[in-house]
Design a protein around this ligand. Structure first.
Ligand code: F6P
Ligand code: MN
Length: 279
């Protein structure tokens, strides 16, 4: 019941978040805790979701990629949010998302404490993918209400697409070797917003990665706000996730904003990635 309420609040906020974009394509004055420039749209979505999610009785803590510290309001789930994933796409008017991880533990909590996760994709349609109780469901969100369009979503058996982030010369040699083999088999789909790129994998099957980079061995994406919730959704849909060695759900965070290399998709590709990286 309470997880459904969290999902409903996220769905009912999508109109406001989408509606806020047109007037908020400018940069705010601050940087987020990861040192990235914040857009006014990031700040707006963060404040909206903080207010609405903390108002739910069963939510006791709110953390987001856009603020340093956890905000608390009594007992309950700890909710981790990436309010506007891929927000630099607001300039070029390409897809963006919102990511929510529901943890039954205090922050910083690991993926094994996730009880539910969801993402919203602001594409031509607003869609939402939820994972809870072993099931993934895709919804279309209209006028703030979510209507299921695909139940028991699983990754397609015959993978079609891949998308890898980071500059190619920055990739470690073993990841480059993996990428070369994938390029022979799958079609490239990369749009610069993790949610949009992962949704391609959820729809067509394949593999998404933002790997470790030579200059940034910890990768770019954040464990609590991006890696673990997406790992939870992809694994619930029958796929695999990995930091290169282990499931993203088994990575223990020591800091709220820590980064992690992210690889998610059909099991055969994540198996091969781990063999290439560790073999
Ligand atoms: O949240 C970080 C993010 O915007 C992701 O959504 C996306 O996958 C990545 O950064 C894009 O990074 P780059 O611009 O290096 O491709
Ligand atoms: Mn993001």
């Amino acid at each position: 019941m309470s997880v459904a309420e969290i999902f409903d609040v996220v769905a009912s906020s999508t109109n406001d978040i989408r509606g806020s974009l047109a007037g908020r394509r400018t940069y705010a004055e601050a940087e987020n805790p990861s040192g990235e420039q914040q857009l006014a749209a990031d700040v707006y979505a963060d404040q909206l979701l903080e207010e609405r999610l903390l108002a739910i009785d069963s939510v006791g803590a709110y953390a987001s990629e856009e603020r340093d510290d956890v905000v608390t309001s009594g007992d309950g789930y700890s909710v981790a949010v990436d309010p506007l994933d891929g927000s630099s796409n607001v300039k070029s008017n390409n897809a963006m998302g919102t990511i929510v991880g529901v943890y039954d533990a205090e922050f910083p909590a690991g993926g094994r404490d996730i009880v539910a996760a969801a993402y919203v994709l602001y594409g031509p349609l607003t869609t939402m993918m939820t994972a809870h109780d072993g099931t993934v469901t895709e919804y279309v969100v209209e006028a703030g209400a979510r209507k299921p369009v695909r139940k028991d979503v699983t990754l397609p058996d015959e993978p079609v697409v891949y998308g890898f982030g980071g500059r190619v010369p920055e990739w470690p040699d073993d990841f480059s070797a993996f990428a070369s083999s994938v390029e022979q088999e799958l079609k490239l789909r990369y749009g610069g917003a993790m949610i949009a790129d992962v949704n391609q994998v959820m729809t067509y099957g394949g593999v998404f990665a933002y790997p470790a980079l030579q200059s940034h061995p910890e990768g770019k994406l954040r464990l609590s706000f991006e890696g673990a919730p997406i790992g939870y959704i992809v694994e619930t849909a029958g796929g695999r996730s990995s930091d290169g060695t282990r499931s993203l759900l088994d990575v223990t965070p020591t800091a709220l904003h820590q980064r992690v290399p992210v690889h998610v998709g059909n099991a055969e590709y994540i198996d091969r990635l781990e063999e290439t990286l560790n073999g």
